[in-house]
Design a protein around this ligand. Structure first.
Ligand SMILES: C[S@@+](CC[C@H](N)C(=O)[O-])C[C@H]1O[C@@H](n2cnc3c(N)ncnc32)[C@H](O)[C@@H]1O
Length: 353
């Protein structure tokens, strides 16, 4: 039997999540992606027996089983369409996809609405009509958070798609990341970057500006490598990165280093075939002149360390600065993808030696 699934990702990541399905050999069909204000939702069909495999996806924030899709809601009077077609039985049948509750307690529910733009029909009206319906037909359920049953309405292009969330918050917040640090990359985005780098068993993989180690740790979940290691100039970041790697089975080497200086990386010289990193960007890390100098020093050093045909994958929102540096030092590069990092569109650059 086929199920219709929705996955929610950061904007720009939907396509990569589909590539992750291919990479993990999870068959799917009829995929479409819809934009939301701060996220993206991608819908596809999948055989029931493959649903469990979706929980291995690392580029995805949340997974939903779909109740209905693409109901036109242009005016308030259209709202009635959301509670037709025996929604009660539909909900009951989809509850079987949720994990069984450990204790028999009252069921709490909540209705969330995520939209692409502000619309004539207010999202509060969408959540009210669905909530009122549930209170009427599921008399023992209580509208209260935290909810055991979360219904999410995706209101994009004036159409509503309704699903039940199958994932818990722990799905996207990795257990290894106990301490946050500003500028740290979301694990789902770190995994997207790794998929774009085409992970292979002969990867000698380095993140030279690793912060708290998110990219390095995510790489350890994408199959074998010959080496994973990295470092940061900030002692506190290195301390947190070392702590974060403790719970990981793969050995990850972390150093405190200035990775723009060749002597810091000399042990890896000629061995590294993949450098994947997100470099400092924005005012927080200095003015444009300083960034340009940092990028120039870093790229020259990393390029020197790289083996023949090695590759560098750089994530940055500073397109102008990085492109001017790449042109000045005459490196071959391609822009391979763009996605949103904390609301700022950032580009992945692939540099080939
Ligand atoms: C955007 S953050 C990387 C965040 C990281 N991906 C994470 O998830 O935590 C950039 C990092 O580069 C580090 N950095 C800046 N200059 C450096 C240098 N010369 N050598 C090594 N690390 C440096 C900063 O300390 C910062 O942690």
């Amino acid at each position: 039997m086929l199920a219709r699934i929705a996955i929610v990702t950061a904007p720009g990541i939907g396509k990569i999540a589909i590539e992750e399905l291919v990479f993990k050999k999870i068959p799917y069909a009829d995929a479409i992606t819809l934009p939301l204000k701060t996220q993206e939702v991608t819908l596809f069909n999948i055989k029931n027996e493959h649903i469990k495999n979706l929980f291995s996806l690392r580029t995805v924030e949340d997974i939903f089983i779909i109740l209905f899709e693409g109901v036109d809601i242009k005016k308030k009077k259209d709202l009635i369409r959301l509670i037709q077609n025996n929604l009660k039985d539909n909900i009951l049948s989809k509850l079987t996809y949720l994990p069984a509750k450990k204790k028999k307690t009252t069921t709490n529910f909540w209705v969330f609405v995520k939209q692409d733009n502000d619309r004539f029909v207010h999202r509060g009206d969408i959540s009210d009509i669905i909530s009122n319906y549930i209170s009427k037909y599921f008399k023992k359920w209580i509208k209260r958070e935290p909810a055991d049953v979360e219904l999410w309405a995706f209101y994009a292009k004036q159409k509503v798609t309704l699903g039940i969330r199958l994932t818990k918050i722990s799905f996207r917040q990795r257990k290894y990341k106990e301490i946050e640090r500003s500028g740290s990359l979301r694990p789902t985005l770190a995994s997207a970057l790794i998929l774009l780098s085409n992970p292979k068993p002969d990867d000698y993989f380095i993140d030279p500006m690793c912060g708290v180690g998110t990219i390095l740790i995510e790489r350890s979940f994408w199959g074998p490598t010959t080496f994973i290691g990295g470092g940061d100039i900030d002692e506190r970041a290195v301390e947190i990165a070392k702590d974060n790697t403790k719970s990981i089975n793969t050995h990850i080497m972390i150093d405190c280093w200035d990775s723009t200086i060749f002597s810091a990386l000399k042990d890896h010289h000629g061995k590294v075939n993949k450098i994947v990193t997100n470099i400092p960007f924005g005012k927080k890390f200095g003015e444009k002149k300083e960034l340009k100098l940092l990028y120039t020093k870093a790229l020259n050093c990393w390029y020197k360390v790289l083996s023949t045909e090695g590759e560098i994958f750089l994530l940055t929102s500073q397109n102008k600065i990085i492109e001017s540096v790449l042109k000045e030092i005459a490196m071959n590069y391609k822009k391979i993808h763009s996605f949103s990092v904390q609301g700022i569109y950032s580009t992945v650059y692939k540099i080939i030696k």
